[in-house]
Ligand binder design. Structure first.
Ligand code: NAP
Length: 255
């Protein structure tokens, strides 16, 4: 049976949670060359070790990356392309949780910080990846990009958990996904987003109380939160030929 994926992957926020799980899922489905970026190099080492214990023939480049910094993003994509010659799959996943407070209590600096990582960061990465992918042969794989948005990129957050900036940033991610998907489709670049619900990662579990968790799970038909690899496997689907006619879509994976 041939592998679903073949080529080089660039994944941001790959030191933890969904990004780490996605790298492992992509390796299980055929990717052998990885450029992994994260603000925390130590956590990236864990991902590299996990990848190497899963498959002996992976080649992993670790890059210290701040997605909110234009030069850092440009350098990271250039390093990946310099080492591997191309980027076939890009996952723009790095993100942070935002202020959980009603708008009248949120400082502009908190809003700006959240936007700089969760919205500007995705756009900066997508721009550099597109620049690289446009140089690649569109008759092989021009390139596939998946942006990690959220169900809160499609609907507003509840009054009990007013994460206005987070939801606004994720709506922005959907906008840049849908528009660039249309703009670059004819040039062989396929762009989609994934919209996870509640997933067990440090980003989420670090911010909720036990009581909150029970209330959240009560509302989920599957009666549990998702696991990072359940998002990773859905990203593999969006990367693969199995979704070859999907463009500018926000795939909801929320149990
Ligand atoms: P996570 O476990 O905290 O992983 C995110 C990774 O990104 C961390 O290693 C984090 O480092 C890193 N990061 C933060 N800021 C960065 C920056 N400026 N540049 C580069 N890397 C940076 O969180 P996760 O839950 O896997 O989140 C991944 C994505 O999924 C995010 O975009 C998030 O919004 C989205 N998402 C998550 C859920 C959920 O329920 N978990 C639901 C919907 C969408 P630090 O730990 O040092 O900050």
């Amino acid at each position: 049976m041939s592998a679903l994926l073949q080529g080089t992957a660039f994944v941001t926020g790959a030191g933890s949670g969904i990004g780490q799980a996605t790298a492992l899922c992509m390796a299980q489905h055929g990717v052998k060359r990885f450029a992994l970026g994260d603000i925390d190099l130590k956590k990236l080492d864990e991902t590299k070790n996990a990848l190497e214990s899963q498959s002996s023939d992976v080649d992993v480049l670790l890059i210290k990356l701040d997605v909110s910094n234009e030069d850092s993003v440009k350098e990271a994509v250039e390093k990946a392309a310099a080492k591997f010659g191309r980027i076939d799959y890009a996952v723009n996943n790095a993100g942070i949780s935002g202020p959980v407070a009603r708008t009248e209590s949120v400082a502009f600096s908190e809003w700006q910080h959240l936007m700089s990582v969760n919205l500007n960061g995705v756009w900066l990465c997508q721009r550099s990846e597109i620049l690289q992918m446009l140089k690649q042969d569109p008759h092989s794989t021009g390139g596939v990009i998946v942006n990690v948005a959220s169900v809160l990129g499609l609907i507003g957050a509840s009054g009990k958990s007013p994460v206005t900036a987070y939801s606004a940033a994720k709506h922005g991610v959907m906008g840049l996904t849908k528009t660039d998907a249309r703009v670059y489709a004819k040039e062989g670049i396929r762009i989609n987003a994934i919209c996870p619900g509640f997933i067990e990662t440090p980003l989420l579990t670090g911010t909720i109380s036990d009581e909150n968790r029970k209330a959240i799970v009560k509302e989920i038909p599957a009666d549990r939160m998702g696991k990072p690899e359940e998002i990773g496997n859905s990203i593999v689907y969006l990367m693969s030929h199995l979704s070859s006619f999907m463009y500018g879509h926000g795939l909801v994976v929320d149990g």
